[in-house]
Design a protein around this ligand. Structure first.
Ligand SMILES: Nc1ncnc2c1ncn2[C@@H]1O[C@H](COP(=O)(O)OP(=O)(O)OP(=O)(O)O)[C@@H](O)[C@H]1O
Length: 662
C-alpha cells in the first residue's frame, strides 16, 4: 500500500511547456542523460560535503552512479548513492525550482532566434521529458529518520508524490521512454553518450542491463574514464601521464610537441591542458580542436570563441565554470570574462614557450618547424603575444655558430652549459643576434632566403663572401617578413635574389675600359650583346663583375624585392600560384671566364663582318643558354621552356664539337 503524500499541480505559468521543450531542443534530446548524470554527481558531491562538515556521520558506502536499461519495461533508470531528497525537498527543488528554471529557459529561448547556443545547459532535470512519457523519482534523503518518497509525473503539469519502500540512501530517476525514443535502451548508445559527455566525471558511472526477451542480464560495468587529468596538480602528473591523455583524446596522432597545463582560480576559474600538435600540411587552422568542458561535463568540441584565433591549431581541454554557456557563440566572443580568459591562455602559452627555450633549447629547436608557425601566426595577430615571444623567435642561419659548449658558473656556484643553437648541423639565431653580428658589414640589413633549393646559387654567392643569410622558408614567412618590416621600420629585408650587396661586386673590374674607339666598357659591350640576342623588352640586363672567381655563376636572375612582393600579393588575392614576372633583371657576371670567352667569340664575328657567321650564331645561342641557366636556378622550366632548353643544348654541343674538330 503506498501512501499518497500529495497530489497537485506543478506551479508553472506556461501551460504547455512540455511540447515546447520537445520541439525546441529537437535535435538535442540526448542531453537529458548528461543532465541527469550531472545531477547524480552533484548529489554525490553534496553528500561528501555534508560528511566532511560532520553534518552526516553515517556510512558513505560506494559513491557511484548506475544506469540501468530495462528493455522489457522500456525504461531507463539513473541511480546514485548521493544525498537524496525528502518530500519537502522534492516539492521545493523539483516541483518549484526545476520547473520554474525550465520555464525560464524556454521563455528565454523562445524569444531568441539564435539556434547556435553553445551549451544548452540549464534545462536540468526537466530535460528528461524530452524522451520520457513518464518520469519517476524514487529517493531517500541522508537525513536521519527520513521517509523515502516516490514522485511520478507523466509530462503534464500534474504530479503524484507518495511514500516509497526504498531503504537505501540516494536517488533513482526512472524514465519510461516514449516509443520514438527507444534508442536509449541500446547499451552502445548509452556508452556513446557517457563517453561524449560524462567521461571525466569524478565518480564511476556503471551500466547494467536487466534480462529481457532473448537477452541475459549484464552486471554493472564502469563505462567512464573518471579521471580528469586537467583537474590534477601539474606536479602530480608525469610526462607519460600527459602523453597518455593526449593519445586518449586524439588516438592515432603523432605525439604532441609540448603541452601547457592551465590552472587558475582567480580572477576566474580555468583548468585545462593544451597540446601543441605536430602540424600536418593539410591542417585546417580555422577549425578549433580544443574540447570545452564545464565542471568536467563536455560542452562542445570546439571553443573557437574562447581561445585566441592563433591558438586554434592547439588541441586538448579547457574547463571553466566562468564561460557562459546558455548564450550564442557570437555573444561569447564579446563577453568580457571570455576575453580575459583568452588573454590568460595566450599568456600561459607564451610563458611555456619561453620556459622551453630557456630550459631545453634542443627540444625547442627540434620543434621549431611546427612551433614557429604558431609563434609567428600569434605574433601577427596579437600584439601582447608578440611582445612576449619576440626574443624567442628564431631563424635558421648560414652562420657557423657552433662553438664548444661553455660551462658558465655563477657567483653562487650554479653551473650550467650554455645552450647550443646548432642541432643536426642546422644553426638558429634570433634577429637581434643577427643584426648585432653583422652590424659592421651591413647595419640593419637582413639577407634572407625563402627556398633553399631554388635559391641555392644566391645563398652560395652570399656565403662565399662571408654574408650571413637567414632562411625564412615556411609558408607564413612571406607575411612575416612584411610584418617584421612594419614592426622594425629601420630594418630592411632583402631576399638573396632581390639585389646584390655591394660587397659581392668587384667594382674595379667592372669599370675596365676595353674599347678605346667607342669608349665602351666591357660591361656595356656584354650588355649590348645580350640585349640583341635575347630581344626581351621587359628584361633588364645589368652587368657586374662578381667576386669569388669561378665560384660565382656566369649570370643570375634578380627579382627586385618590391616588385616580387607586389606579385606575391596579387597572386594571393587571386588565390593563384605566383607567376614568375616578366620584368626581372639578368645580371651577367663580366668576371666569369665563360662570359669573357663569349665576348671574344662575338667580337670575332664582328671582325669577319657577317651577322650570320657561325661565331655570331653560336654567341647568340650561348646568350640564350646563359639566360636559361640563370632562370633554371631560380624557377625551373615549364614544358615549352624545357623543350627549347634541351634542343638548344644539343645544338650548342654539336657546334662546339664541330669547332673542336676543325
Ligand atoms: N539525483 C538527485 N539527487 C538529489 N537531488 C537532486 C537530484 N536531481 C535533482 N535534484 C535536486 O533538484 C534540483 C533541480 O534539479 P535541476 O537539474 O532541474 O537543476 P539544477 O541541477 O539545480 O541546475 P542545472 O541542472 O540547471 O545546472 C537540484 O538542484 C537538486 O536539488
Amino acid at each position: 500500500m503506498t501512501t499518497i503524500l500529495e497530489q497537485g499541480n506543478i506551479s508553472i505559468h506556461t501551460e504547455n511547456i512540455f511540447p515546447i521543450i520537445k520541439k525546441w531542443l529537437y535535435s538535442d534530446h540526448e542531453i537529458f542523460l548528461r543532465e541527469l548524470v550531472s545531477n547524480a554527481v552533484d548529489a554525490l558531491q553534496k553528500l561528501s560535503m555534508v560528511s566532511r562538515s560532520g553534518e552526516f556521520s553515517g556510512e558513505l558506502g560506494e559513491s557511484e552512479i548506475v544506469i540501468t536499461i530495462d528493455k522489457a519495461n522500456k525504461s531507463l533508470a539513473i541511480s546514485d548513492t548521493g544525498i537524496g531528497m525528502t518530500a519537502d525537498e522534492i516539492k521545493k527543488y523539483i516541483n518549484q525550482v526545476a520547473f520554474s528554471s525550465a520555464e525560464e529557459f524556454v521563455q528565454k529561448y523562445q524569444a531568441s532566434s539564435d539556434q547556435q547556443i553553445i551549451g544548452h545547459f540549464g534545462l536540468g532535470f526537466y530535460s528528461s521529458f524530452m524522451v520520457a512519457k513518464q518520469v519517476e523519482i524514487d529517493t531517500l534523503s541522508y537525513k536521519e529518520g527520513s521517509q523515502a518518497v516516490n514522485w511520478i509525473c507523466d509530462g503534464s503539469t500534474e504530479f503524484k508524490l507518495s511514500a516509497s519502500e526504498r531503504s537505501t540512501r540516494g536517488t533513482t530517476v526512472k524514465l519510461h521512454l516514449q516509443e520514438e525514443e527507444l534508442e536509449y535502451l541500446e547499451p552502445y548508445r548509452i556508452r556513446q553518450l557517457i563517453k561524449t559527455y560524462c567521461d571525466f566525471l569524478p565518480f564511476p558511472i556503471k551500466l547494467e542491463t536487466l534480462a529481457s526477451e532473448g537477452q541475459e542480464a549484464t552486471a554493472p560495468e564502469q563505462i567512464n574514464r573518471q579521471k580528469a587529468p586537467w583537474k590534477e596538480s601539474p606536479s602530480n602528473l608525469t610526462k607519460e601521464d600527459y602523453l597518455e591523455f593526449y593519445r586518449y583524446l586524439y588516438p592515432f596522432q603523432d605525439e604532441p610537441l609540448l603541452w601547457v597545463h592551465l590552472n587558475t582560480d582567480y580572477p576566474f576559474v580555468v583548468n585545462g591542458i593544451l597540446y601543441f600538435p605536430k602540424l600536418k600540411p593539410d591542417v585546417d587552422v580555422s577549425k578549433g580542436q580544443i574540447k570545452l568542458f564545464c565542471n568536467q561535463v563536455f560542452v562542445s568540441d570546439n571553443c573557437e570563441e574562447v581561445v585566441p584565433r592563433f591558438l586554434l591549431p592547439l588541441q586538448g581541454v579547457i574547463d571553466s565554470v566562468d564561460i557562459p554557456l546558455n548564450v550564442s557563440r557570437s555573444f561569447l566572443q564579446s563577453d568580457r570574462t571570455v576575453r580575459r580568459i583568452a588573454d590568460y591562455i595566450a599568456k600561459k602559452v607564451g610563458d611555456r614557450l619561453k620556459e622551453l627555450y630557456r630550459d631545453d633549447r634542443e627540444a625547442y629547436i627540434r620543434s621549431w618547424q611546427d612551433l614557429g608557425t604558431f609563434v609567428k601566426f600569434g605574433s601577427l595577430n596579437d600584439d601582447k603575444f608578440k611582445k612576449q615571444v619576440e626574443e624567442i623567435l628564431i631563424y635558421r642561419t648560414t652562420a657557423d655558430l657552433s662553438k664548444p659548449k661553455v660551462e658558465v658558473e655563477t657567483s653562487e656556484g650554479d653551473v650550467w652549459q650554455e645552450a647550443s643553437n646548432t642541432i643536426d648541423g642546422k644553426t638558429y639565431t634570433t634577429l637581434q643576434e643577427y643584426l648585432e653580428r653583422n652590424k659592421e658589414r651591413h647595419e640593419n640589413r637582413v639577407f634572407y632566403c625563402t627556398d633553399e633549393v631554388t635559391q641555392a646559387t644566391y645563398v652560395q654567392l652570399h656565403t662565399s663572401q662571408g654574408l650571413e643569410v637567414l632562411f625564412m622558408d615556411s609558408f607564413i614567412d612571406s607575411h612575416f617578413v612584411s610584418f617584421l618590416e612594419r614592426e622594425y621600420s629601420h630594418i630592411k629585408f632583402s631576399r638573396v635574389d632581390a639585389e646584390l650587396d655591394d660587397t659581392l661586386i668587384d667594382k674595379d673590374k667592372a669599370e675596365d675600359i676595353v674599347d678605346p674607339n667607342t669608349n665602351q666598357t666591357r660591361g656595356e659591350q656584354i650588355k649590348d650583346l645580350f640585349l640583341k640576342a635575347l630581344g626581351k623588352p621587359k628584361l633588364t640586363i645589368r652587368t657586374e663583375a662578381l667576386k669569388g672567381d669561378n665560384a660565382a655563376p656566369p649570370a643570375i636572375v634578380l627579382l627586385p624585392e618590391q616588385l616580387r612582393r607586389m606579385q606575391e600579393m596579387n597572386a594571393l588575392l587571386q588565390q593563384q600560384a605566383m607567376q614568375f614576372p616578366e620584368e626581372h633583371i639578368l645580371l651577367v657576371n663580366t668576371a666569369h671566364p665563360m662570359i669573357q670567352n663569349l665576348m671574344n667569340l662575338s667580337q670575332g664575328a664582328i671582325v669577319t663582318g657577317s651577322a650570320a657567321s657561325p661565331s655570331a650564331e653560336l654567341a647568340d645561342m650561348i646568350c640564350h643558354h646563359v639566360y636559361d641557366l640563370a632562370l633554371m636556378a631560380q624557377k625551373g622550366f615549364d614544358a615549352d621552356g624545357m623543350k627549347a632548353f634541351v634542343e638548344r643544348s644539343n645544338q650548342v654541343l654539336t657546334k662546339l664539337t664541330e669547332r673542336a674538330l676543325n
